[in-house]
Design a protein. Sequence first.
Length: 298
Amino acid sequence: MKLIQWTLFLDMLGYGEMNGSIESDEQADQFISFMNQNAEIFKSQDNDSIKVGYKESNFNIYEYYDIQHALISDSLVITYKPKVLVKQISDQLYYLHSANALFIIAHRLQRYLYHCLEEKKIFIRGGISNKFAKIEGNFAVGSGIIEAYKIESKIAKYPRIVVSDEIVNNHKLVDAIRFLSIKLYAIPNLLVEENKVSFLDYARLMIRIGLQGELNFQNISIYHHFFTNHRDSIIYHTNITLKKIEELNNAGKIEEASIIKENVLAKYIWLKNYHNNAIKTFADERIERMYSIIEPVK
C-alpha cells in the first residue's frame, strides 16, 4: 500500500527574456548564483535536522515519501514518491496523510516563490499530477512529469500552480485537503477553483490566519516582505507591459500590441485580482490599504 504521489512541474515566467539579455561574464555569474540559490533552497529543506524534526512530529513525511527534485534550466521538477507502507492504515488516514504531504509541498514552495520575487521579480507557473515520476540527478522520467508539464504549459495560463483533473475528481482526497485547510489554517481550501481550473492558493496559505481568525502578528515581517514583493512585482511587470503595448500602438503595430495585451497583460491583470482578493483575507483595512494594488490597468 502506498499514499498518493505528488509530481510538480514548475516554470519561471520571463526566464527566456532575462536569460537572453545576459551579455557578460558578470551578468552570467549573477544569474547562475541566483539559480544555485534556488537549488540550495530545496537541498536545505531535506537536511538532517529537518528529518529529525519530522521524526519527532505527528506526521513524519519521510516515513511515507521519498522526496526527489531537480532544477533543470528554468524548470523545477519535484516528486513526492510514496514508499510501500510497513503497516496498514485506515482509509481516512490514507487520504489525510496524502493531503498533508501536499501542504508540506506548498509550504516548502513558499520560500522558492519568495526568492524568485525578491531577487528577480519572477513569477512561477506550474502543474501538479498524481501520476508516477522518478527523479535521479538531472533526469526526470514518468507519466507524472509529462502530465504536470502539459498542465503548466497548456492549462495553467496564468502564474499559478494548477492541479490535474484526476486530483480534483478524487473527492475523498479533496475532502481531506479541505478539512486540513480549515482545521490548520482557517482558510476555506488550499485548492481554489476558477472556471473549472483548480490551483494552489499560495497567497492565503502565506497569510496563515490563526484558528480563531486572528492575524498572527509574530509573523507580520514575513507577510510584509512577501506581499510587498508580490505587489511591487505585479506593478512592475504591468507597467512594462503597458508601455510596450503603447509603443507598438504608436508604431502602428496594432495586431502585435493586441497579442501582448491578450497573452501577457492578461496574466498580470489576473495576478492583481488574485493578490487583492487574498489581501482581503486579513480582514484589516489598514493592511488592505498597505498591500492592495490600486493602480488602474487599462
